[in-house]
Design a protein around this ligand. Structure first.
Ligand SMILES: [Zn+2]
Ligand SMILES: [Zn+2]
Length: 307
């Protein structure tokens, strides 16, 4: 049974369709992970919309032989900015009353994750309210101390407190751990680590580097097989007078490479590309990052990696 992930949206801020983004992709953030038969999604930018279409088609196919088949999926949100939520109301399975969706996100700015999500969809900004979406939704605040475990029996994911709580499940049981990064405006961003059978991938979007490196993140990402790290701005823009973007909560490829090197990960994917970066610039940024961390490549929409 493979452990694989697919980039479904790799862009930050807003979607950019058009000829200049054809190779890298124009949809906002969404990562699809498939492990032990579980569908686990990270963020619901516009990239999740196509996942929803495919899942709906798979369901129609399965129902030909298995009439009670249904969609069961998890979505972990890093935070509630538009580029991470705007695809959610267009994710088809939320409208199927047989769907079972496990939704996780951080409590931020004194607001529970569920209210944050409901606010993101609030009428009259969007015609349908979260409560009117027909899928069964299990909504959870998630904290640094929580681990979400996916039992091999196929039962619903279980939230346990801290690593020790997860130890009673063997390494062949997939799990998601998290680390709240404070390096993003208005409450930070949740970084996730998905582990299975000694393999792991870390999803660190919307994080900015610190002088000397983000030590909590470096520790959290230690030895991962893959690190997906924010690298929105090239250095020229990050520091550029008169409009530097330092402090906006995003990293340069050099910062991402520093984390990758310090954490001793196997490979690095630069993610959350700036909407103003065309294919050539994204590729040139990865080329520069390779000087400090050779096993670097840009996150590209549609790219699947099997661990
Ligand atoms: Zn973002
Ligand atoms: Zn953000």
């Amino acid at each position: 049974m493979p452990f694989k992930f697919t980039f479904r949206g790799v862009r930050g801020s807003y979607a950019v369709p058009g000829p200049s983004t054809l190779r890298v992709g124009g949809n906002t953030t969404c990562l699809e992970v498939r492990v032990e038969g579980n569908l686990i999604l990270f963020d619901a930018g516009t990239g999740i919309i196509q996942v929803g279409r495919e899942v709906a088609e798979e369901l129609a196919e399965r129902r030909k032989t298995q009439p009670d088949a249904r969609v069961v999926a998890s979505i972990f949100f890093s935070h509630m900015h538009h580029d991470h939520t705007q695809g959610f109301p267009f994710f088809k399975p939320v409208y199927f009353e047989t769907s079972e969706l496990h939704l996780f996100g951080p409590r931020m700015m004194n607001t529970d994750f569920g209210s944050g999500l409901a606010t993101a969809l609030l009428s009259p900004l969007f015609p349908v309210e979260l409560s009117d979406m027909r899928a069964a939704k299990h909504i959870h605040n998630i904290y640094d101390t929580d681990v979400v475990v996916y039992p091999l029996s196929g039962e619903a994911p279980v939230m346990v407190k801290n690593k020790n709580g997860a130890e009673e499940y063997g390494p062949e049981t997939p799990r998601v751990r998290c680390c709240h990064s404070y390096a993003h405006p208005n409450g930070g961003s949740m970084v996730y680590r998905i582990e299975w059978n000694g393999k792991s991938v870390v999803f660190a979007t919307d994080v900015e580097g610190y002088v000397g490196g983000d030590q909590r993140l470096i520790h959290f990402a230690k030895g991962a097989d893959a690190l997906i790290h924010d690298a929105q701005y090239e250095e020229k823009r990050y520091f550029g007078y008169p409009n530097p973007v330092q402090g906006f909560g995003h990293s340069t490829p050099e910062m991402a490479a520093h984390v990758a090197r310090s954490a001793g990960v196997r490979r690095l994917f630069l993610h959350h590309h700036d909407p103003e970066s065309d294919d050539e610039l994204v590729e040139a940024m990865a080329e520069r990052a390779r000087k400090s961390f050779p096993n670097t490549q840009p996150a590209v929409e549609g790219l699947t990696i099997e661990l």
